[in-house]
Design a protein around this ligand. Structure first.
Ligand code: TRP
Ligand code: CA
Ligand code: ZN
Length: 319
C-alpha cells in the first residue's frame, strides 16, 4: 500500500498546533514541556511515575496469579480488566475482542478516543500477555503501560486530533502474534485501509537498554528519530528479528507501521555501550522470557524516554 501519511500533511498540522500553543489556548499547553521542535510542543511529557505505577499493578497481578500474565490464565484477564477500567474511566470507547488460541480463550482490548476523521485512524498498540515463565514486566508490561499512559494523557489534555486515535492491547502475542493477526483479519479491507499508521511498542524499558527504531514506514520512522535527535540520543535500526511482534500482521496487510524497542537477548556491543552506556557483552534484557522479568528488570530512563517518544509520535502523526 502507498504511504498514507504525507510529509506535507504533517508539516501543515505542526504549524497549526504551534500557532495554538503560542496563543495559549491549546488544551495541552499548560503541561507541555519545553521541547526542541514545534511539533513536540503539542505532546505532553508522560509522567514516568504513572507508567511505573501501572507496572507495579501488573506485577501485583502476576504475583497474585501464579507468577504470570499469560494467555488463557487468570493473570491475563486481570491485566485486561485493569487497563480497561482506566480507559473506561477516562472516556474511551472500549471493546474486548475474543478469539481462541491453543484451546484457550484470548482477548484483545481496543480503545477508541471519540472524534477525529474516521477515515484516517492512527493506532498505537502493545501486547499485554506475558510468557508463562514470568510476570512479563519489560516484555511487555513496559509497552502496555506506556501506551496506556499515553491514552490517559490524551484524555487529560482533552486532545482533539484531526485524525481518529485508537489504542490496542493484544492477547496471545507470545503464542505467535495471534491476537493482533486476529484483529487485522477481522477488519475488512475497507476498514484496514482507513488505518494511516500502526505504532507498536514491545519491550521499551530493557535494563541494559538500546534505542532501536523500526525501519518500516519512513514518516513514522522519521518521527521517532526526530524525537530522539531532539534529546541528543542516537538510535539504531531495529534488527533483532523484524516481524517478531504485533506490527507484522499490519505490515503484511499493507498498513504503514513503526515502533520502538530497547532490546531483548542480543548483547550490547562496545560501540553501543559507548553511545548509550550500560554493560558491554551483556544482553539488553538478561531476563527476557524469564521469571526475573519483574519490576526490578526496568531501566527507568529508557522507559521514560520511550514513553515520551510514544506521546510525541501519537500527537505528531494525528494532526
Ligand atoms: N515479544 C517479542 C518476542 O518475544 C520481543 C521481541 C524480540 C521483539 N525481538 C523483537 C519485539 C524485535 C520487537 C522487535 O519475540
Ligand atoms: Ca516523561
Ligand atoms: Zn516476548
Amino acid at each position: 500500500m502507498k504511504l498514507l501519511l504525507s510529509g506535507r500533511a504533517l508539516t501543515a498540522g505542526a504549524v497549526a498546533v504551534a500557532t495554538l500553543v503560542t496563543g495559549g489556548s491549546a488544551a495541552g499547553a499548560a503541561t507541555a514541556p519545553a521541547h526542541p521542535t514545534a511539533t513536540a510542543a503539542a505532546a505532553p511529557d508522560i509522567p514516568i511515575a504513572n507508567v511505573k505505577a501501572h507496572l507495579s499493578q501488573l506485577q501485583s497481578i502476576a504475583s497474585a496469579n501464579g507468577g504470570n500474565r499469560a494467555h488463557g490464565r487468570a493473570g491475563y484477564q486481570a491485566s485486561l480488566n485493569y487497563v480497561k477500567a482506566k480507559l473506561d474511566a477516562a472516556g474511551f470507547t472500549t471493546r474486548v475482542q475474543q478469539f481462541t488460541a491453543s484451546g484457550r480463550t484470548g482477548y484483545n482490548l481496543i480503545a477508541d478516543w471519540p472524534g477525529g476523521d474516521a477515515n484516517q485512524v492512527v493506532m498505537a498498540g502493545s501486547h499485554l500477555d506475558s510468557v508463562t515463565s514470568g510476570p512479563g514486566i519489560n516484555d511487555n508490561g513496559s509497552g502496555s503501560s506506556a501506551v496506556l499512559e499515553t491514552a490517559l494523557a490524551v484524555a487529560r489534555s482533552g486532545y482533539q486530533p484531526a485524525k481518529h486515535l485508537r489504542f490496542a492491547w493484544w492477547g496471545a502475542e507470545e503464542l505467535g502474534l495471534v491476537g493482533s493477526r486476529y484483529y487485522v483479519n477481522s477488519l475488512g479491507s475497507v476498514e484496514r485501509a482507513k488505518i494511516s499508521g500502526y505504532l507498536n511498542f514491545d519491550m521499551i524499558g530493557s535494563p541494559n537498554p538500546g534505542y532501536f527504531v523500526y525501519d518500516d514506514d519512513p514518516t513514522i520512522e522519521k518521527t521517532f528519530k526526530d524525537y530522539f535527535a531532539g534529546l541528543g540520543i542516537s538510535t539504531e535500526i531495529e534488527t533483532e528479528g523484524d516481524g517478531r511482534s504485533d506490527h507484522a500482521p499490519f505490515k503484511n496487510a499493507g498498513v504503514p507501521v513503526g515502533g520502538l524497542f530497547s532490546g531483548a537477548d542480543y548483547r550490547k556491543t562496545s560501540a553501543q555501550a559507548a553511545k548509550w552506556g550500560g554493560t558491554v557483552g551483556q544482553p539488553f534484557d538478561r531476563c527476557y522470557h524469564s521469571s526475573c522479568d519483574t519490576t526490578a528488570n526496568i531501566n527507568d530512563t529508557a522507559l521514560d524516554r520511550n514513553s515520551d517518544a510514544i506521546a510525541y509520535a501519537v500527537w505528531a502523526l494525528s494532526q
